[in-house]
Design a protein around this ligand. Structure first.
Ligand code: SAM
Ligand code: SF4
Ligand code: SF4
Length: 385
């Protein structure tokens, strides 16, 4: 398979011509603050812009069956050439303008973000940004953990606050099958420990639960992380993208996950940390810490969704399930001013009406996963989780 499968024709049509831009540049210096319009920008459903997820690479060393299945992302899959990616300067500029419009949290993702060469340089550049009130940003990164053992100290030194590590099973054979590159569990556990030792906490562990694949490991995962500083979160397998062959009966509803754990390790609900938190929190009744469930399929949380996503080539998406985005790279490479970039970003956000998950929930038993009317959605590995 070759070409741009998984990104989809709708996206490509938004992508402008490029200049080549080199990176990384090590001369990180604070840029002047971008002009704020009225901060924060609110969308058409009165949701503020608060979080920005930035995909820094479309490449990954894993081929998780639910995200980058080998049949599609095989040897001849055409990943983007480097000049198509946003440079570190472009990412930082976009982030600075987004911060001027209300963003307070930045999460770096991918693909596998630790595969982006010089990622710590980018983190250093982002870490000097401040909110209009002068507060530092919350900078996080989601990773498969494979390179954390070596990189954790440098990431921390560069200004990263915390990491979320994906781990779908403690059973080595199940994990190797799910990442589909035979990557062993122990190396991810070593990465988690290294991140903890480096002070990149509180560390969250994400487990995507797919029925028939790893759902038998739910209680074992809960037991393993109970009483540790790590917060385990169970994610419902989502119908994101167009290549993972999603079927509703492979989703294990969060309610069932809680029921299964509660039967062996009694739980009680907790309140949210902040409005818009994607994860519903539960704690062990015996004081053994907390877990979270992210019910993206069975319990829509669009009403509080304050997240925008920037793809690896600078296309802004206002929903994880979007079928098209807005090409900010073309604008930047076309020589726009910060004012123009800020006005464009605010304009896109103000027009936002996305609530894919809510609309899906209202469809008959959710039997069809596509309120997009059949238009091809963007792959998770391209837009970032
Ligand atoms: N490579 C990094 C990682 O795996 O953590 C970051 C990118 S990955 C796309 C971000 C998150 O999305 C991961 O926690 C992953 O498990 C999750 N994810 C990917 N495809 C998913 C799907 N179909 N349903 C639910 N979660 C998914
Ligand atoms: Fe790679 Fe993360 Fe997707 Fe797995 S979930 S294939 S590690 S991008
Ligand atoms: Fe946000 Fe879209 Fe997910 Fe709803 S479906 S929570 S709007 S990303």
């Amino acid at each position: 398979m070759s070409g741009v499968a998984g990104r989809g024709p709708e996206v490509r049509s938004f992508i402008g011509e490029t200049d080549a831009s080199g990176e990384p540049r090590s001369t990180a210096r604070p840029a002047p603050d971008a002009p704020a319009l009225d901060t924060p920008a609110f969308d058409a459903l009165h949701r503020p812009l608060r979080d920005l997820r930035i995909s820094v690479t479309d490449r990954c060393n894993f081929r998780c069956v639910y995200c980058m299945p080998k049949e599609i992302f095989g040897r001849d899959y055409a990943f983007l050439p480097r000049e198509e990616l946003l440079s570190f300067e472009e990412i930082t500029r976009l982030a600075r303008v987004a911060v001027a419009n209300g963003v307070e949290k930045i999460r770096l993702t991918g693909g596998e973000p630790l595969l982006r060469k010089g990622i710590e340089t980018l983190i250093g550049m982002l870490s000097v940004l401040k909110t209009p009130e002068g507060r530092p940003l919350d900078i996080a990164l989601t990773t498969n953990g494979s390179a954390l053992k070596h990189l954790a100290p440098a990431l921390k030194a560069a200004g990263l606050h915390r990491v979320t590590v994906s781990l779908d099973s403690l059973d080595d054979e199940t994990f190797r099958t799910m990442n589909d590159v035979r990557f062993p569990v122990q190396k991810v556990l070593d990465g988690i420990q290294a991140a903890h030792d480096a002070g990149l906490g509180p560390i969250k562990i994400n487990m995507v639960v797919k029925r028939g694949q790893n759902d038998a490991d739910v209680v074992a995962m809960a037991r393993y992380f109970k009483g540790t500083p790590f917060i385990l979160r169970f994610i419902e397998y989502m119908d994101v993208g167009a290549t993972n062959g999603w079927k509703l009966d492979e989703v294990v509803p969060s309610a069932e996950i809680i029921e299964r754990i509660d039967a062996e390790l009694p739980l009680e609900p907790m309140g949210a940390n902040y409005p818009g938190e994607t994860s519903a929190r539960w704690r062990y009744r015996d004081g053994g810490g907390e877990i979270g469930v992210i019910s993206s399929v069975t319990h829509a949380f669009c009403g509080d969704c304050t997240r925008a996503r920037v793809s690896v080539e600078g296309t802004l998406f206002t929903c994880l399930f979007a079928t098209a985005g807005h090409d900010l790279r073309a604008l930047m490479r076309g020589g726009c001013s910060d004012d123009e970039l800020s006005a464009r970003l605010a304009g896109i956000w103000r027009a936002r009406t996305d609530r894919y998950s809510e609309l899906r929930s209202t469809r008959t038993a959710g039997l069809t996963p596509s309120p997009t009317g059949g238009a091809r959605r963007i792959e998770m590995s391209y837009i970032g989780g």
